[in-house]
Design a binder for this molecule. Structure first.
Ligand SMILES: [Zn+2]
Length: 82
């Protein structure tokens, strides 16, 4: 399970770092959504396979992330601030 948490932390950093690239068209849609959906799958697995409760991100999900984890509400923040 620690490897999953590590992947979610790195994944969230990646999503935050690459969100602008996708938004301005310099990253293919498929690449973005693959990463986005993978992150969601990992979060799902963490909870429903490993019974993890809470947030895998130290200090909670960033308010800059396009998507927060299920522990923080599973809110799709992607289009809310634009
Ligand atoms: Zn979270």
């Amino acid at each position: 399970m620690p490897h999953l948490i590590e992947r979610l932390r790195k994944g969230q950093t990646w999503l935050i770092a690459n969100y602008d690239r996708w938004w301005n068209g310099s990253m293919p849609d498929a690449q973005w959504w693959d990463a986005f959906n993978l992150w969601d799958d990992l979060d799902y697995t963490l909870r429903f396979v490993y019974k993890f409760d809470g947030c895998p991100i130290e200090g909670g999900c960033s308010d800059k992330t396009p998507m927060v984890c299920r522990g923080c509400g599973n809110t799709l923040t992607l289009f809310m601030n634009s």
